[in-house]
Write a protein that binds this ligand. Sequence first.
Ligand code: S3P
Length: 458
Amino acid sequence: MTSKPTDQTTLAVKSASFAPAGPLTGRITVPGDKSISHRSLILSALAIGKSEITGLLEGEDVLATAAALRAMGARIEKNDTSWTVHGIGVGGLMQPESAIDLGNSGTSVRLLMGLVASHDISVTFTGDASLSKRPMGRVIDPLSDMGADFTTRTSSDGKACLPLTVRGLCPAIPIEYRLPVASAQVKSAILLAGLNTPGITQVIEPVPTRDHSETMLKGFGADISVEIDKDGNRIISLVGEAELAPQTITVPGDPSSAAFPVVAALLVPGSDIVVENVGINPTRAGLFTVLQQMGGNLRFENQRTVGGEPVADIHVKHSKLTGIDVPADIAPSMIDEFPVLFVAAGLAEGKTTTSGLSELRVKESDRLSQMAEGLSLLGVNITEKEDGLVITGSDGKPLTGSANEIAVKTALDHRIAMSFAVAGLITETGVMIDDMSPTETSFPGFTDLLAALQCSAK
Ligand code: S3P
């Protein structure tokens, strides 16, 4: 594995090549869960007093949330092995002095929009080129119903985008909102706004999404309940004007980050690895189920509960994979893992069909088209549909690799970069990736960790 800066003017851009180097072996851990890390900082900032967080993901996205909360009055400090947050109480956010730049982080901006919506402050959010293209209307709609006011840029296709300014209303108006799109970010934005709103804020979720906000709000002492109605909808009710108590939090390893070494070990012949301390919350673990259905030798060992979340060590051995029809209803529990699943499908025997994935078009990049383009470059037989990919795999035969001049494009998307790094390990000549720097948003040290797994086999 080699890396070099490609562009003299934008030094942050870092191309790299990933090539086969024998089996992967060893025991590793991956960085803390990104979703839980954002929520740990936000809820600690809203508690009155001092919270302690260990295992926090120190990636750019989470650091952007920390900086934003500091700008609105919370004191957040990094210690040797933990983070301390001195919270200012629900309703205690202060007017920041200037616009807040959230870089690449969709979770930061959508959750913080919710937080600001029920405070009497006005905040401008900006982001990088990727974040500035992402749709914000899905959060603006319910938060406007709660009384917040928004000024946004309108994209060429008419979407409300960053930069945007939120003017919160205090007291805000409690709403009952049925999610039109399966999104934990939208659900969480409404619940965070509801914390400082009199009365009961209710979110109706026809399709379950990651439930970290509900679990953690309860852990911080909020009066929140979840019921399932006769049609299977999740009805989440939160009593507003909450008082949150400071907590000691341990953040488990991120299953969305573990996905990359797990798939790499399944695909590289002779591999046998353990990824320790990974969150396996059922609302996040869809990829592991799908990989097992494809024939992957993947076991959860030492299952336990850490900080209210189910956790396991994941033991993975190289396996022959067979393509399957991935049911659309599993998508929300593996929404961030499709890019690396597409790589697995590219090396499986036979056809893998995916559908119901139009949300992938509005992630950090259009993940359906980025993956279709990059995998085609590597010789994978792929058909791009509006809401999914159909992939006929090589049955373990190494992919063709990409010549140095034709680097795979990552489009400011960390998960595209890491997916093609994994693909590079099962090619004839390696894969050149145009920019690995986006991996810093969620998985600092990714390239070194992959190299360490290759080295321990030697
Ligand atoms: C996240 C929710 C998901 C996911 C994102 C993190 C969260 O987004 O893709 O990486 O922490 O709530 P959506 O809510 O848009 O599905």
